[in-house]
Design a protein around this ligand. Sequence first.
Ligand SMILES: [Zn+2]
Length: 260
Amino acid sequence: MTVDGFAVGTAFVFGLLFGSFLNAVIYRVPLGISLLRPSGCPRCETQISWSRNVPVLSWVMLRGRCASCGESISVRYPLVELLGGGLLALSVWQWGLTISTVSVALFCYLMVVLALIDVDHRILPNVITLPGAVVGLALSFFDPRVEWLDALIGGFLGGGLLYFVAWAYLKLRGREGMGMGDVKMMLLVGSFLGWQGALMTIFVGSLVGSVVGVAMIAVSRKGWEYALPFGTFLAAAGVLVAFRGPQIFAWYWSTFAATG
Ligand SMILES: [Zn+2]
């Protein structure tokens, strides 16, 4: 299937709007604020009028400040909007206007939300991971990208593996190392990416997490107890695997497994 630039461009623009919604989800869900309320400044709660609610541009025009109270608004807001546009455009570019695009884009959006909530609060809310896992499994029945059985196995294998690691850590060290949030997040990842993708996500996420973790310990000298948001690394790995899973596997196979 060929996809023209118009479709990819349109996807990018719509994705910017989805990105605005992702910002609302990231900010509100952990605080228990309704998503139905109109968006406003977190400090003065002035509602943002439609003319000022244009993704990215509004932030640039207002130079990152609230129009009424002058409170500075993090550069993360326009960046998440750009991410929303970029991920949808990439999905359309790779899979065209298909159910696979719906599935992959939704997966990536869930990963963005979980990654940033984990950074902010060190939690991965059940209200996102559990329904997400169910939706992923449901989509696998229509999405030729992943077999439903692989999705089912993926959820339980991904979640089960992390559950085992969490259990083993607790047994060995006598305290909790990894939260159940990570376990439920892998349930979601596996249901979207299948068991192959789930294993790859854990592998890549752990690898990147370890490298960053060691680097942060070296810089900050906070020691091994410094808790990194593991969900954030799983999320980044999940997005990478969603787009480039087979290529990563082929590269790994040709580099490490097929020699000699
Ligand atoms: Zn304000």
